[in-house]
Design a protein around this ligand. Sequence first.
Ligand SMILES: [Zn+2]
Length: 380
Amino acid sequence: MTKKLFEENAYLKTCQAKVVLKDGLKYYFDQTVFFPEGGGQSADKGTINNIEVLDVRETENGICHILASELHDEFVEMVIDWEKRFDEMQQHCGEHILSGVIFDHYQGKNKGFHIGKDYVTIDIDHEIKPEMLIDIENLANQAIYDNIELNFEYMSDDKAYFLRKEPTVEENVRIVTIPGVDCVACCGTHPTRTGEVGIVKLYKVEKNKGLSRIFFKCGKRALIDLQEKTNIVQYFNRQYSSDDSTLVERFEKEKEKNEILKKKYIQLHREAIEKIINEQMSQDAVQYFSFEDLSGQGMNDVIKSVSEKGNYIILIYSILEHKVMLSHDGSHNLHCGQLFKSIRDYNGKGGGNQKTAQGVFESSEDAEKFIAYVKGELRS
Ligand SMILES: [Zn+2]
């Protein structure tokens, strides 16, 4: 069986080893620094004699290393991707601390753990409300400040263990204890002391299949996140000429100002539309209006305003958008949608029902030709 050097010393980044078994690109060695997948941690990355290690798995023949190409030597040098390993050690040990704290203080059990590319999550079988996160976060970080030494041992029959959850294996059960915080069976790699986790930062909690999923980051991941968020806050501070303490206040004031401007704009826009309507109104049953630039909502506003003045057939043209709308209140023997059926002959798209129809055209020439056609139909 492969000697697991990572169990004795999780800080070992490199080692010498000898090939003992080979099957295609699958290699087995007398010993290894490569941690296979387990305990929520993924398999180590790295190289063996400069050949990339694609995957590492625990098998009945020992630890299997899957290499990217053939190895020609019997004696090798193994090097793991330490950056990745230490990141997972920080996230993984942070998970132990969080799970222990939640079990002790809220009797919630950890039912799932996942180290994602971005966030790390745990699923708790107890309702965790967002307002509880700050308490959990403070308790977890206290365990980091206390810089507690972790203890590793193989389970023995003549000793009682107060485990957070039942072990999933029966033989060679490895117990990881953070005295006063957590005690659980685990095969993963861990730092020597809790202080190395650096920080546990909680972000949010979501309901997930009857469990509470907590999103968090530990150590360097949390630091990078803080650096990125500091940049974002600084950007907004420059925009609002504020500092961290006045940013929210400045933002709220700016929002208020924008609301007032928006209301003023809507009012002025309505008045402008009303002016154009009054200028373009005729004595006919069919009222035609053309606007330089009018949104769909603007068109509806025109229809509403003109309908209040009488039961007209209303034809509107928004020049810049090449958009045409036809509408009446239902009192006319005219099916707007039917009339708009020939829209494709004019490079347009659209349709409608009895009382209203609209279409958009590829060019203003197309739209104007279609308007001339509609006007002709309405006259006949
Ligand atoms: Zn562990």
